[in-house]
Design a protein around this ligand. Structure first.
Ligand code: ZN
Length: 440
């Protein structure tokens, strides 16, 4: 049997993840993501209204031309981050194949499809859970639970006659994930026992020497920062990733512990929280208010402005996005003024690219100028550091390693790690987007 690994996007870059796995000429596609910083570089870019070619030309979505005439049997999504699902609206319609994902991932995909204006995406959406296996045209693929910074993330293990390939792009090994499930070490060990031919392994944090701290630790960091911020009677503003439901739950719980009422403000916060609430994945108290519509946001901010000490304002803007609630507050575009005594907590690190870095710096400068105290990096990553990656490789024992989901320097670092673990150089593969690795 001929086994092929065809990276389409996400190698040598951060974003637009997409890989095709082939078994004797039948393929499954794993993930279809966008590269947000490429798209954000164009102020007038509206993804939903752009053509596939326009987006490929600005390096915003993967160039899937090499797959277009191949027998693609399924599109399989590992999790709901946009760098894994954001290109479904532009690319999926070209394949006569259903889309598989966990319920939360599919809820988020439905939004991507709704916002698509150029193409009609009619692929059937099929919900799966960790432990489920699906068989199509000689390929069996299985979903394995993984902890990440978004709920219901999975690894995908795809099997032909005997050969198994594993896609493990985004994960951490977390003993205290707080919400959702742990990475399934037992299943990884069984893959090793039965023989794992190759694994694509995410390298984005492999340069961090220690293990990635748990989400439980992030909650303790927040407890410290929010407690300190609460000691003034001013406003407490917290911003984090809108898709990070576990982190939001910690912020909401800690707000109540401090005797303040949490309110969530911003369109993307409302979208992600509504999806999680509809699926029963989080139990926010019924009185929690989550506002995204402009009128509701204005009214609520006017109310909070009058008694700042009673609330924790959770809002969008962790990367300094110009249209976020926090940026618009800093720009004086909303009825809420930041003053001396107010505290702003960034429960997120800056995703390193020039646009985010300058947006965030500008936002922090404005907030400081208005008198706010800033708490930065009250955050832990959702990605495995070097120690966790090593443990992962020792659990799953793939015969071949394909570092993925990062820039070239980090792909090389993972190759170095592989060599330290005794892998021969012919079993570590530094691939490019658009290339093909055949393993016979
Ligand atoms: Zn992710």
């Amino acid at each position: 049997m001929t086994v092929e690994i065809r990276p389409i996007g996400g190698l040598g870059e951060v974003g637009k993840n997409m890989t095709a796995l082939g078994f004797d000429g039948n393929y499954i596609i794993v993930d279809m993501g966008i590269r947000l910083d490429s798209i954000m570089a164009f102020e007038d870019a509206v993804i939903g209204e752009m053509s596939r070619r326009e987006l490929i030309n600005i390096n915003g979505i993967p160039d899937d031309s090499s797959l277009r005439n191949r027998k693609v049997r399924a599109i399989v999504l590992t999790h709901g981050h946009l760098d894994h699902i954001g290109a479904v609206g532009k690319l999926a319609h070209a394949y006569d194949a259903p889309i598989y994902g966990t319920p939360f991932t599919l809820e988020l995909v439905k939004r991507v499809i709704r916002e698509e204006r150029v193409f009609k995406v009619k692929n059937e959406l099929r919900a799966v859970m960790p432990g489920d296996s699906v068989r199509v045209d000689g390929i069996e693929f299985e979903f394995i639970s993984a902890t990440h910074s978004i709920l219901q993330t999975v690894f995908v293990a795809a099997r032909g006659a005997n050969e198994t390939l594993l896609c493990a792009t985004d994960f951490k090994l977390d003993e205290e994930p707080l919400l959702g499930y742990k990475t399934d070490r037992t299943r990884l060990k069984r893959l090793a026992r039965d023989g794992l031919l190759a694994a694509l392994v995410g390298a984005i944090r492999v340069d961090e020497p220690g293990p990635t701290p748990s989400e439980g630790h992030a909650k303790e960091m927040l407890r410290g920062a929010m407690g300190e911020a609460n000691s003034t009677s001013g406003a407490v503003l917290v911003t984090t990733f809108s898709s990070h439901i576990t982190r939001l739950k910690s912020i909401v719980d800690l707000s109540f512990e401090l005797g303040r009422t949490p309110v969530l403000v911003g369109r993307s916060l409302r979208n992600y929280c509504t999806a999680a609430l509809n699926l029963g994945l989080v139990d926010f108290p019924p009185e929690l208010r989550i506002h995204g519509r402009p009128n509701a946001v204005h009214n609520l901010l006017r109310k909070i402005e009058k008694s700042k000490g009673d609330y924790v304002l959770v809002c969008t803007g962790h990367q300094g996005e110009p249209t976020s609630v926090l940026s618009r507050i800093a720009n004086g575009q909303l009825p809420f003024k930041v003053r001396r005594g107010d505290e702003v907590i960034f429960s997120a690190s800056v995703i390193p690219n020039p646009i985010n870095e300058s947006n965030r710096e500008l936002l922090e400068t404005k907030l400081r100028a208005q008198g706010a105290r800033i708490h930065r990096d009250v955050h832990v990553s959702g990605h495995a550091g070097r120690i966790d990656t090593k443990e992962f490789l020792e659990l799953a024992k793939p015969e071949h390693i394909i570092p993925c989901h990062s820039t070239m320097d980090k792909l090389r670092l993972m190759a170095e790690l592989g060599r330290e673990l005794g892998y021969p150089s012919g079993h570590m593969h530094l691939l490019r987007n658009g290339s093909c690795l055949r393993l016979d």
